[in-house]
Design a protein around this ligand. Sequence first.
Ligand SMILES: [Mg+2]
Length: 121
Amino acid sequence: MNRRILIVEDDKKNRILLHDILKYHGYEVIEAVNGEEGIKKAKEYNPFLILMDIQMEGINGIDAVKILKDSPETKDIKVIAVTSFAMKGDMENIMRSGFDDYISKPVDTRQLPDIIKRHLT
Ligand SMILES: [Mg+2]
């Protein structure tokens, strides 16, 4: 079973936090520091799931998920938005972009593994 997760997050502290939670729960973790690297590593490592930050320089999370879902190689990867946008309008916009799920920042260390489990096949 593919237990590989890609974290795409430009903030180092958040990246370390997500990495530690996922490792603790037995996932194999790959990291990317921006959208460009995230798309490249998604193709290279074929994770079953991606945790995608929204606000990043260059290709942001919304642009990145559109690119991933438009590409035959990566369209089946589950992509979860990790977002600090709290407003309802923003969430609708985020989910319309192609994300499979979302989790708000600050990330709840108990909620995250439950959300990921929903997408394990
Ligand atoms: Mg960010």
